[in-house]
Design a protein around this ligand. Structure first.
Ligand code: GLN
Ligand code: ZN
Length: 766
């Protein structure tokens, strides 16, 4: 099974405390500021490199301070770790080769450049991090460029740090890449990568690494038998590399299941398992690691809750039974959580003590490792302190509010309350009296400098509450006037008061806290501050009614109220881990439902509940998907079924490839669903038809991601395709998505073309 070359004696240094990886954007987004300065020409290259080196050094220092005896390196990235891996393997797209400088070439692949299209971006497994998708062609000539990995290692070695370079493994790298059209699946190229990874191992050994970690999160997804065999084959060959460091394969974001056996059949020296996501089961079922190191991911690397140390220690005790040696670790890289609670001085102090960001998680790893090594008594004080926090969390009245739970139960057991889609459509038609192919938008209008400045001034206290409301009303008035002038049929207020479609609601709902600098990298230099959902969710007061009523008072056309759906709110928050997520979702849904009822009471006849993240939250394993779709659809329906049949419910989804979720889109049963469709030429209409979806649809008629203003003719031609695919009385006319990122001039010109095109099609239809 494994070639004999690998049995050459090699001393394997023990590991007792580590993390699988760490963030790099900087506690105060130092890297974001530096790279953006470099892109705009205000920061020179040496200064950028200085910032980067400082961030790496600080990270090593943090881990050393926590007592780590193995420190992950190469977790720094100027933009994205998949892109780093593509650069390391000589697999950047050929179109960037015209850029001479390696760093500028790298940034060109990430962001595009004059005449160069950037790589596509997509979600990193089920996290909110987005990676760049490498493009692999049959003739991509892989070659090794290990400079960055080696220099990062050299920095650590020079400091005497026990470095463990972390590299995305060959299987995950290829599985997440996409084939250039006409080329075979990237995974077919595995055999071409193996020798490069072997060379890399040798170089890292020579550079002073005792350990190397290859990240293979793809192993927690469903793999075919042939793919599992390939795992054994590839890692068997990597293990056969002479003079290599000890090799750890990291699995995370789920249970590796059968892939653990595939790895166990090789001579890898360690495996990292995600015990937060349920990895214990497969480990317990395997004898393969009885004499090897297991990196036990007991400290959650992607959520913000303090670890229950007693429970974690018990889990570690179990793992000892299946491992030669146990190292305490985070479950995945802490890329997905903020740096440190230190700067969160404004946070509710009670909630604050329930939390652990990266730095606090490193400390937990250190304490658990000490408990394993020296016995719990040695660190009993640390355990006791944290136990108190857990007790406080469990007993806090905000965490369990009987009135919230009672209301959710009552609504859940109330059953379906709205009439059939067909009946509703008739009632709404009577009430709204809209022309065929009504025109509308998805909700947001440009978030101009004027709006951002007003918000900043309000936050800093320079603008009073009253003046801020006045400024926002002024923005709403402009947007209403514009829509009237353009002749749109269903108007929106433009969302000027919303910093973000999730944070806005999180700030108004009880059960959430928001942080001052809890930044997490979303992609490249873009960072977000996810709200933290810690308790039972209550809506203390209406959240959008005043804005919507004000907008409606300015027009006689119907005004569409705008809300964010429960799944999307959860998707962009750190969600409590002490209640089933379906229950948390229903609490949020109840708050949204109360808002829809109040909007209706204020005379709003159309309400849109956005769920752009429904597909994004889909579980990694096929087996878990049905249950997810069940609760998420039920939650949306709970949120939207409190209104009368004459109130029209819209929803919006940001993509056109529904794949396995298409039935669920239909089951949402919104009266009108707007979707992205311009780039895929209305294909989705036929798919929806095939899935038996009979409600109204607003296929996007132009792409809002580009600054290009669409012509009337191109919208007309898309609309012709639409009316050919679906009866005209079920169609709406709208852009692909919200307009907040576009300029006012672009929006005015594009919407004018859209209204004109709709008019022409109406005339054609007679
Ligand atoms: N209503 C939101 C907007 O128009 C929807 C955003 C989204 O789909 N992500 O901005
Ligand atoms: Zn959208």
């Amino acid at each position: 099974m494994t070639p004999t070359a690998s049995s050459a004696p090699r001393t394997v240094q023990p590991i007792t405390a580590t993390a699988l990886g760490a963030a790099r954007i900087g506690p105060q987004r130092e890297l974001k500021k530096a790279v953006e300065g470099y892109w705009s020409g205000t920061l020179d290259r040496p200064s950028l490199e200085n910032v980067a080196a400082g961030l790496r050094r600080d990270e090593r220092a943090r881990m050393a301070q926590a007592g780590f005896d193995s420190v992950p390196t190469n977790t720094f990235s100027y933009y994205d770790q998949m892109l780093d891996t593509a650069a390391m393997l000589g697999a950047l797209p050929p179109r960037v080769a015209v850029v001479d400088d390696p760093l500028d070439r790298y940034f060109a692949a990430a962001r595009g450049a004059e005449g160069i299209r950037p790589l596509e971006m997509t979600k990193w497994f089920d996290t909110n991090y987005h990676y760049l998708v490498p493009e692999i062609a049959d003739d991509t000539a892989f070659s090794l460029h290990p400079e960055a990995v080696l220099s990062d290692l050299a920095e650590a070695v020079a400091e005497g740090v026990p470095a463990r370079p972390v590299v995305i493994g060959p299987i995950t790298f290829l599985a997440l890449s996409k084939a250039v059209p006409g080329s075979a699946s990237p995974l077919d190229r595995l055999d071409d990568l193996t020798p490069l990874y072997q060379q890399l191992l040798t170089l890292l050994r020579a550079g002073g690494a005792d350990w190397v970690q290859f990240d293979e999160p793809i192993l927690v997804t469903d793999l075919s038998l042939a793919q599992l065999e390939k795992v054994t084959e590839v890692y068997g060959e990597l293990c056969a590399t002479e003079d290599r460091p000890a090799l750890c394969v990291a699995t995370y974001f789920g249970d590796a299941g059968p892939a653990l056996h595939a790895l166990g059949a090789t001579e890898i020296d360690a495996v990292a398992v995600d015990l937060v996501a349920g990895g214990l089961e497969s480990l317990a079922a395997s004898t393969a690691f009885h004499d090897r190191v297991v990196l036990a991911g007991v400290v959650d690397g992607r959520n913000v809750w303090r670890t229950d140390l007693d429970r974690a220690l018990a889990a570690l005790g179990t793992v000892i039974g299946f491992a030669g040696q146990v190292a305490v670790s985070t479950s995945c890289s802490t890329l997905h959580v903020p740096y440190s609670l230190e700067s969160e001085t404004d946070l509710d102090p009670t909630v604050r003590q329930w939390l652990a960001f990266a730095q606090e998680k490193f400390a937990e790893v250190g304490i658990l490792a000490a408990a394993l090594r020296d016995g719990r008594a040695a660190v009993e004080g640390e355990f006791e302190l944290r136990r108190e926090a857990l007790v406080s969390r469990r007993s806090d009245p905000r965490v369990k509010d009987a009135s919230v739970r009672g209301r959710v139960d009552a609504v859940r057991s109330g059953g379906a309350s709205r009439a059939s889609a067909h009946e509703r459509a008739n009632r709404q038609k009577e009430r709204l009296g809209l022309a065929a192919l009504p025109t509308t938008t998805i909700g947001s209008f440009p978030q101009t400098a004027r709006i951002r400045n007003a918000r900043a001034a309000h936050r800093s206290g320079a603008l009073s509450d009253v003046d801020y409301v006045g400024a926002m009303q002024e923005e709403i008035r402009r947007v209403i006037e514009l829509q009237e002038r353009l002749g749109l049929d269903v108007l929106v207020h433009g969302e000027p008061e919303r910093n973000d479609m999730v944070q806005y609601f999180a700030e108004l709902l009880e059960g959430f806290v928001t942080t001052a600098s809890g930044w997490v990298q979303s992609y490249g230099s873009r960072c977000v501050r996810p709200p933290i959902l810690y308790g039972d969710v209550r809506r203390p007061a209406p959240m959008t009614v005043e804005w919507a009523s004000y907008a409606q008072s300015l027009t006689s056309k119907p005004l569409k109220g705008m809300l964010t759906g429960p799944v999307t709110i959860l998707a962009w928050s750190f969600v409590r881990d002490d209640l089933p997520v379906a229950d948390v979702s229903d609490q949020v849904a109840l708050a949204i439902r109360q808002e829809t009822i109040d909007l209706q009471g204020a005379g709003i006849s159309i309400i849109q509940v956005d769920e752009p993240d429904l597909r994004e939250m889909l579980p990694l394993r096929e087996n878990d998907r049905q249950a997810y779709l069940e609760w998420s659809v039920n939650s949306f329906r709970l949120a939207t079924s409190g209104v009368s049949d004459a109130t029209q419910i819209h929803t919006h989804l940001c993509y056109s490839e529904f794949g396995t979720v298409i039935d669920s889109i239909a089951r949402l049963d919104a009266d009108v669903t707007s979707i992205e469709a311009a780039r895929s030429h209305m294909e989705i209409l036929a798919d929806l038809d095939a899935a038996g979806f009979g409600n109204q649809v607003g296929p996007g008629v132009y792409d809002i991601h580009s600054p290009r203003v669409p012509s009337v003719e191109e919208i007309v031609s898309l609309l012709r395709e639409a009316v050919a695919a679906m009866p005209a009385d079920r169609l709406w006319v709208n852009p692909d998505c919200g307009l907040k990122t576009r300029s006012e001039e672009e929006v005015e010109a594009a919407l004018a073309a859209m209204v004109e095109a709709a008019k022409m099609i109406r005339e054609e239809l007679g």
